[in-house]
Design a protein around this ligand. Structure first.
Ligand code: ZN
Length: 318
């Protein structure tokens, strides 16, 4: 590895990172072929080794909730604008969204699109938004499907899927496209609180079982702009969000690898979800950050899972 002042010739785009807390970890991931750079920060190809850990972590997540009778659902990594424009994401996180565009022009527009592409000019004016956006969180596609009255005791769902956040970074823990395995509750306010607390405990047990030094901390989302600062303060004071945080890199930087969230009526109000007694439902979700947990294990034990401690291997691959 060359020094910071001497970039290596021919090194792939996006790998020239020498003095960040994650530099060594990132270099190992790339040199050992665990992740493959694509030229865009935060977008990676994944090796079979990486995916074998993802699969094992995910199986643990599933086992942790197997007794709850949650309904298993999967959604694509894109969702309708019609859902997105109601769920508050555009107000709170406009800078992290991903909109899907396509081309609807005529032959002349097409020629201009190709010309601009070849000369690396802005293609934006020739592309139009479609009626879909990238899913920012796995659970967001669920709520519009649950409009109406919930049964007594509420409902539980298990949802696994790709999420997108536009926050390009060379930090491997800050992927733009990543997976979350979520356990979601819809029901009463007391039920939502209980779900949040119960899953914080279950999540801690799963992650500590892997030898990760994880702790729950009250957290807030990076809401956009000045109104966002109030939302963030409220989220903290109401303890709506807990993150399960593990130390990573030599610097032991605290990094969230799972989170437990209470949404109050944030999703039930726009989508018309009520409890059996006619009140607006409360919702809560716990998300295992499957990619981040995988990265935390690779950071702690090295990039060859074959030589990880037997105690960890036997939990992941019983
Ligand atoms: Zn969620």
């Amino acid at each position: 590895m060359s020094s910071a002042t001497e970039p290596a010739p021919g090194r792939p785009a996006g790998t020239g990172v020498d003095d960040e807390p994650w530099s060594d970890f990132r270099r190992h991931l790339l040199e050992d072929g665990i992740l493959l750079t694509t030229g865009v920060d935060g977008i990676y190809g994944r090796s079979a080794t990486y995916e074998s850990v993802v699969g094992a972590v995910d199986a643990l997540a599933v086992a942790a909730g197997a007794d709850l009778g949650a309904t298993n659902l999967r959604f694509p990594p894109v969702m309708p604008w019609a859902t997105f424009e109601k769920n508050g994401y555009l107000e709170s996180f406009p800078d992290q969204m991903g909109s899907v565009h396509s081309f609807r022009g005529n032959g002349r527009d097409h020629a201009e699109l190709l010309r601009r592409t070849e000369s690396h000019e802005d293609r934006g004016p020739l592309l139009e938004t479609t009626d879909i956006v990238l899913c920012p969180a796995a659970c967001h596609a669920l709520y519009p499907t649950q409009a109406g009255v919930l049964p007594e005791g509420g409902k539980r769902f298990e949802i696994y899927g790709y999420c997108f956040r536009h926050e390009p970074s060379t930090d491997p823990f800050r992927m733009q496209s990543f997976r979350m395995h979520e356990f979601v509750y819809l029901g009463t306010p007391a039920g939502a609180r209980a779900h949040r607390d119960e899953w914080t405990d279950r999540g801690l047990a799963v992650l500590r079982g892997l030898g990760l030094e994880v702790e729950p901390v009250v957290a807030n989302d990076p809401f956009f702009g000045r109104p966002g600062r109030m939302l963030a303060a409220n989220q903290r004071s109401e303890e709506l969000k807990f993150e399960l945080v593990a130390p990573v890199f030599a610097a032991r930087r605290p990094t969230a690898i799972a989170s437990s969230n209470r949404h109050v009526d944030h999703f039930s109000r726009p989508f018309g979800i009520t409890t059996a007694d006619g009140e607006l439902a409360h919702t809560a979700c716990f998300g295992f950050g499957v990619d981040r947990i995988t990265l935390a294990l690779l950071d702690r034990y090295g990039t060859d899972p074959n030589v990880w401690p037997v105690a960890v291997r036997s939990v992941l691959w019983p």
